[in-house]
Design a protein around this ligand. Structure first.
Ligand code: PYC
Length: 433
């Protein structure tokens, strides 16, 4: 058994890398004294070669590393992150999980992610605070209702729990909601998806990082990739601000920068990047135990375990790499939330932020091998990336280990854009884009 300097058992010494929990005594000891907590993941010297280099230290990159090590025994893996882990889309989302998509391929894929999230705290021995509180997508017009019915049928055929409900049931679930017929956009019904909910996004990142580290993965923060080496159509390694690394497999698991990284390998991506803004209020007593989305009003709302309301909108209407907040967003989101729940007028916004969304033409991701041998992509997540972290990690790890995409991502290959096999997922967007 390995011990940290202060004696807290970190992992078994049997090579399994299995994480051990803290005892009540060690929690008390660390809580009441100034003794140092053990590092959750460790710094390592950069090796000059790895079996797999993953670019991007968000939930996708870390989960891929974790499942490479745990499911396939591939442990000589480096995750390279240009800033700190979770500093990109994984720390800049609204932490909503759901699987009520529109296409069978999408529903199956995101449902596997929800299933992995359901067991993630136990698998990682790290509390990721997944609260399956139910998810409501409101319909304010006939065409939205029609899409909700369509989604419900596809969901049910894939064994996913979702149903169209009327305004009375919406009121029962969210008493603060104005379901009267006198609003600008009266609520005609909603797609209700009980397994949906929210999770603590930082905990998911840290949990995967801890798990991957315990299984021998090297996590390198502040390590920026400046070039990708390709010889005769095969990737041979990457160049970084800390030196070159040779590797037969390189994975682009970035968001916001996915086209720039793929360009380094000479692989063009049909992706455009847009900012998406979100905001959080001061904390109040718990009163909203469902996630509420209105595509027509371009807004979604949930309440965190700390009591804050998290608001998000659709992506900004222009392509950009800027993550500055705008007053236009704040005014819009506040006005739309008040149309849905007028009693919230006294709440104060605490802060706002933005993330970058890599949009593909069909709103589905691009996953799997590319024309450059050994260069894999897990990109193009649009506004769906965080919820797909676990399944993407599992599937990308299988893809790398087996040398071919597993069934669950076979529809998401880059060749679909040249072969005309798009997987149109725009109708499942939380809000209109
Ligand atoms: O698709 O559920 C969603 C979502 C929430 C925030 C952005 N996208």
């Amino acid at each position: 058994m390995e011990r940290s300097t202060n004696g807290v058992h970190l992992r078994n010494g049997d090579g399994s890398g299995k994480l051990r929990g803290y005892s009540a005594w060690s929690l008390l000891q660390h809580g009441l004294t100034s003794s140092e907590w053990p590092r959750t993941w460790h710094d390592h010297d950069l090796r000059n070669s790895y079996d797999v280099v993953i670019i991007g230290g968000g939930v996708h990159g870390l989960a891929t590393a974790y499942y490479l090590a745990t499911n396939h025994g591939i442990r000589n893996v480096a995750v390279l992150e240009q800033a700190y882990i979770g500093s990109g889309g994984s720390g800049r989302n609204t932490a909503i999980l759901r699987s009520n998509y529109l296409t069978p391929e999408g529903v199956r894929f995101y449902d596997r992610s929800v299933k992995l999230y359901e067991h993630l705290a136990a698998d990682l021995n790290f509390n990721v605070m997944f609260s399956q509180r139910g998810h409501l997508t409101l319909a304010h017009n006939d065409s939205s209702l029609r899409t909700m019915r369509w989604r419900t049928e596809v969901n049910k055929l894939q064994g996913v729990d979702s149903d169209v409900i009327g305004p009375d049931k919406v009121k029962e679930l969210v008493p603060y909601m104005d379901t009267s017929p006198y609003t600008r956009y009266p609520i005609l019904g909603a797609l209700y998806h009980p397994p949906g909910g929210i999770v603590r996004h930082d905990a998911v990142v840290w949990g995967y990082a801890r798990g991957a580290d315990a299984h021998g993965v090297h996590i390198h923060q502040k390590t920026e990739v400046t070039g990708i080496d390709v010889e005769r159509g095969t990737v041979t390694g990457v160049r970084t601000n800390r030196g070159p690394i040779s590797a037969p497999v390189v994975v682009n698991a970035t968001a916001g920068w996915s086209t720039l990284i793929s360009d380094m390998a000479g692989v063009e991506m049909p992706v455009q990047t847009f900012p998406l803004q979100a905001a959080v209020t001061e904390p109040v007593k718990p009163f909203l135990d469902t996630v509420v989305v209105s595509g027509t009003l371009h807004v979604y709302v949930s309440q965190t375990d700390r009591g804050e309301l998290v608001f998000g909108a659709s992506v900004d209407p222009f392509a950009s790499y800027s993550i500055r907040g705008s007053l236009e967003f704040t005014e819009g989101v506040a006005g739309h939330v008040l149309e849905l729940m007028p009693p919230l007028s006294k709440m104060r916004l605490l802060r706002q932020w933005a993330g970058l969304c890599d949009m593909t033409p069909d709103y589905s991701p691009i996953m799997g091998p590319t024309d450059v041998e050994g260069f894999y992509v897990d990109v193009g997540w649009g506004t769906y990336g965080f919820k797909a972290g676990p399944v993407s990690g599992e599937a990308m790890a299988a893809c790398i280990a087996d040398g071919r995409p597993p069934e669950i991502i076979s529809a998401f290959g880059i060749d679909r854009f040249t072969e005309g096999r798009l997987v149109g997922e725009k109708g499942a967007a939380a809000v209109g884009h």
